[in-house]
Design a protein around this ligand. Structure first.
Ligand SMILES: Nc1ncnc2c1ncn2[C@@H]1O[C@H](COP(=O)(O)OP(=O)(O)OP(=O)(O)O)[C@@H](O)[C@H]1O
Length: 585
């Protein structure tokens, strides 16, 4: 006969957990399907670790109301048992799914990955560290993946540490007991990295039969070097970042929460999400066009000789680009190179290329063949594309500024960055659409124009969307067309200064100097109406990074090794770097 506890009827046994049996059940009133874990009361009362773990899970799940996390409904007690009642998850575990399917396609894997990150965003927000992530604790339910089993978690309510049930998926710092307080929430990143590695590649990066000691040796002796070559550049970058043994070098949660916007050498690569930055995937045609042929360094002089700009046919611009502006664009392009590379290895490579390229300029200027002109135009487009990607990356970074309380700053910044991005696309379209240029001989031209046109439309649509949310009524922001670029740059620099002021980095006397008044638009007053400048002193590294990013974007400063938005920099070094950047304004 089916057992009834409180409002629940236990229908059938569905599993055996470490602490007790699990039954599928139903709420007799609401008919909701539930999973009920039964634990012997004796055991609960006499096993203090078990008791702590159960309390741990109850406390955590009370805080974690999220569609991507299993819901605990109730804890009940009878004369002999404790019953933990959860929502019933109907799709089985990821472990079972991987067992049945083996390796997943990258597309399906990325869907699961971004789903899991959404759940971890809530965990992160509540400062809860799971500490026991493995494929058995990720469960499907109605097409989404939920995180379950919080018995071993660490939360502000409980600092006790429990050994995870499956050491194979434990982060090195848990096994080696070298957890550093500032990085402790990163252990889940490593475990998830292993889960996703198995999902994408069909097996773990080491034999699952390793003993705990062997695994510790592997991590300790720095022999752990997972092979992610089979994967796309973007997925490989993420997995590699997650599987860093050194916690300081491991990818950040904030990057994972924007995993579809992670930049790579070829630009922002799309994932399964359809949000903002994913519109800017580098289409294979563009990639081909960016990398096609040898890159040539474009000197201002050679560009002046070969490239003139015509009015844009498809996109109306306020002014035609004069020769003088052309030189300015070239200068920007040169500057834009500083954003284009990500790693030291790539930097060295680029230095070597640049030396080679300088030699090549000479022959190109002498021959001045039509082929070289095409290559130069390709390079110019490629650099503009890089700059465009950097700007888009900046718009994504704004979302990471959790403590940035002055709403208007976010909005103005977003709008101005979008304006700059639109300008980049306009310049690229201008280049492609100029039939006078020998660029016209390229067979890819019309395809590239189509892609750029779509980028442009997407950008304008995004611009309009941001505008709709905008609380700043100023006229100049109402058109997606570029207002005076100098003005846009001034405002971006002023925002960087405001952030620096918020961070206590510069004295408030600068405030009056940094006001920009133009046609009655007073950013300072509007900002004060919309939020306080005083920010929390904790978690300010994103603000530092963003301010540095804005200054670099406008000033194009070339300090390859000091770009915290690409390279992890110690938090303590950020104030000094921002100070340095501010002095150069
Ligand atoms: N909420 C749920 N919905 C559906 N099935 C569940 C649910 N919870 C547990 N199960 C089933 O019971 C099995 C064992 O449960 P669970 O994963 O919680 O045990 P465990 O991994 O040993 O964890 P514990 O540390 O709690 O013992 C699962 O594999 C699954 O089949």
């Amino acid at each position: 006969m089916a057992k009834i506890i409180d409002n629940y009827i236990l229908i059938e046994g569905i599993g055996q957990g470490t602490f007790g049996e699990i039954h599928k059940g139903r709420n007799l009133i609401s008919k909701e399907a539930v999973a009920v874990k039964t634990i012997k009361l004796d055991r609960f009362l006499n096993d203090s670790i078990l008791k702590d773990m159960i309390i741990n899970e109850i406390q955590a799940l009370k805080k974690l109301e999220d569609q991507y996390i299993v819901r605990m409904i109730k804890m009940l007690k009878s004369a002999n048992n404790i019953y933990l009642v959860y929502e019933h998850l109907n799709g089985g575990s990821l472990a079972n799914y991987l067992y049945e399917k083996g390796r997943l396609t990258e597309q399906e894997g990325r869907q699961i990955m971004s789903n899991v990150f959404k759940g971890f965003k809530t965990l992160n927000h509540e400062k809860i560290i799971h500490r026991n992530i493995n494929p058995n604790n990720l469960f499907f339910n109605d097409g989404i993946v939920k995180i379950k089993n919080f018995f071993c978690c660490k939360s502000p309510a409980s600092q006790k540490l429990f050994d995870p049930e499956n050491f194979i998926y434990s982060a090195p710092e848990i096994l080696l007991k070298t957890q550093q307080p500032q990085y402790e929430d990163k252990c889940d990143i490593f475990s998830l990295g292993l889960v996703f590695y198995k999902m994408f590649l069909g097996q773990l990066p080491f034999p699952e039969t390793l003993t705990q000691e062997q695994l510790i040796d592997l991590y300790k002796n720095q022999q752990f070097n997972p092979n992610v070559e089979d994967l796309s550049e973007n997925t490989a970058y993420i997995l590699n970042g997650m599987l860093q043994v050194d916690q300081a070098r491991r990818i950040e949660w904030q990057t994972l929460f924007h995993e579809d916007q992670v930049p790579t050498m070829s630009g922002l690569v799309n994932s399964t999400n359809t949000n903002f930055a994913s519109n800017y995937q580098i289409n294979s045609q563009v990639q081909q066009f960016e990398t096609g042929g040898q890159n040539f360094y474009i000197s201002q002089q050679s560009l002046q000789n070969h490239i003139t700009t015509s009015p844009n046919e498809l996109v109306k611009r306020k002014t035609n680009v004069s020769d003088k502006e052309n030189i300015k664009i070239n200068k920007e392009n040169d500057q834009a190179q500083i954003f284009a590379k990500t790693t030291e290895k790539e930097q060295t490579l680029s230095q070597q290329q640049s030396q080679q390229q300088t030699l090549q300029i000479q022959s190109s200027t002498i021959n001045s063949s039509s082929q070289n002109v095409v290559k130069q135009i390709q390079t110019q487009l490629s650099e503009l594309r890089h700059k465009f990607n950097i700007i888009i990356q900046g718009t994504c970074k704004i979302e990471q500024l959790d403590n940035w309380s002055a709403k208007i700053k976010t909005e103005i910044c977003m709008i101005f960055l979008l304006k700059k991005a639109i300008k980049c696309i306009n310049e690229m379209l201008d280049i492609c659409q100029n039939t006078d240029r020998q660029w016209a001989i390229s067979k890819n031209k019309s395809e590239i124009i189509k892609i750029l046109q779509k980028d442009f439309d997407d950008l304008v649509a995004n611009y309009r969307q941001v505008k709709q949310m905008n609380t700043c009524p100023h006229e100049e922001l109402n058109t997606h067309e570029m207002i005076d670029e100098q003005y846009v740059d001034n405002v971006l620099i002023m925002i960087a200064k405001q952030i620096a002021m918020d961070l206590g980095q510069i004295r408030s006397s600068m405030r009056s100097n940094s006001q920009i008044k133009s046609n009655s638009f007073n950013y300072e007053q509007t900002s004060q109406r919309n939020g306080s400048f005083i920010e929390s002193k904790q978690g300010t590294s994103n603000q530092y990074i963003f301010a540095i990013f804005l200054i670099d974007l406008v000033k194009g400063m070339n300090f390859e090794d000091q770009k915290p938005y690409f390279k992890k920099l110690e938090e303590s070094k950020l104030p000094e770097l921002l100070d340095f950047k501010l002095k150069s304004i």
